[in-house]
Design a protein around this ligand. Sequence first.
Ligand code: ADP
Ligand code: MG
Length: 443
Amino acid sequence: MSVTAPQPESQSTSDLPEVNNGPEANSGPEVNKGNIEEIRPIPRITIQAFCENETVRQTLELSAGDRRMARAHVAVQMGGIPGAVEYYGAAPTPNLIIVESSLKGESLISELGRLASVCDGDTKVIVIGHLNDILMYRELIGHGVSEYLVSPVSMADIMTAISSIFSESENGVLGRMIAFMGAKGGCGSSTICHNVAWAISSTFQNEVVLADLDLPFGTANINLDQDPTLGIADAVFSPDRVDDILLDRLLAKCAEHLSLLAAPSSLERTYDFDANAFTQVLEAAQRGAPCVIVDVPHQWNAWTRQVLAAADDIVITAMPELANLRNAKNLIDTIGDIRPNDSKPKLIMNQVGMPKRPEIGVNEFASALEVEPLAVIPFEPALFGTAANNGQMISEADATAPVSDQIISIAQSLTGRAEPKVEKKSALDFLRKLKRKKSDKSG
Ligand SMILES: Nc1ncnc2c1ncn2[C@@H]1O[C@H](COP(=O)(O)OP(=O)(O)O)[C@@H](O)[C@H]1O
Ligand SMILES: [Mg+2]
């Protein structure tokens, strides 16, 4: 911190903040999340906070537990600026110190000067104050404080302030990661995942990395007609750090804006991984591309759970039958527990309207899960079968097929380009028409 030291000034103890452990602390103050959804993950930095009020402490604690701050190392304690000054008299300072203070004007500047005298030069400081005063804000920024937030602060206020200070750092901004998982094997999660990755890269000309995490049986290589010698296994089995140079060698270029981290799709080895086996390679991919699409196999273990926990968005694909409904419900509930500050996973209903199969109605299925499906994709064996056997995307097999438009709508919606075109009502109309066509043919 390079706060310019203020003129020495006698500090009367009456100016010192009082630590508030009053009734508020026991009654459990309401922590405001704020608009947290758009905030990018905070890089790997160390943060120490010294609060005065219980609400601010809890807001910081909850922020520290959020997935966006999972990379950062955060410690929160009470004590305000005096606590920080005492602590850093004997300890090295972290990348970022957050201090709460109810002081104002010269008293605050003077206290911050004491903090500056025990801070390393490159440590940043965020002050959470209680006075909404633009002059004071300017003065503090002029003295080298990185950000002055006015209490009450939300989790989003804190994370936005942190990411605005550190996103330009060498750690860089991470791209969005969208994870796809099926509610049951064979429901079409991988097919939709690959097609959506393709749509994002081709329709929006956005750089996309598709990572196939189904190491023994992955089909991204077949669907995208690739046969690379290197792929994701070379990263997860490599004992060295996955850097950008290694990542570049592992990526197979499928189209102008689409690169694949292919699965080996072989049974020469077995694939038992630790929880964080994919963390490095996925982060390297996120550093290199604004959009990383991950095909997560239908498995529940430490690493699939970890990948879902780290994703920005999760898409669950399900077929309209009972085991899918049960599994989708369990996934949505458990993911909700792991990611309490995120919106629910998105739901795609697939293979809807399979002849002769008794199905649970889409409305019934979705309302049991309390989610609006992002898309309802019909059972189209000729179209999907042709694409799969020819190593093509759906839009390559038939660009005029309504499913091709649905895939683009999903891509749009997931990248925030637009609301999904396929609303529940129109999707059902579409299905009704489809059924009518089928019964016309059979009748
Ligand atoms: N809407 C659909 N209609 C017909 N067949 C489909 C549809 N969606 C996927 N399929 C087919 O279902 C099979 C399983 O798909 P896949 O994507 O491998 O499922 P998962 O990854 O969920 O196990 C593939 O043969 C695929 O072509
Ligand atoms: Mg699959």
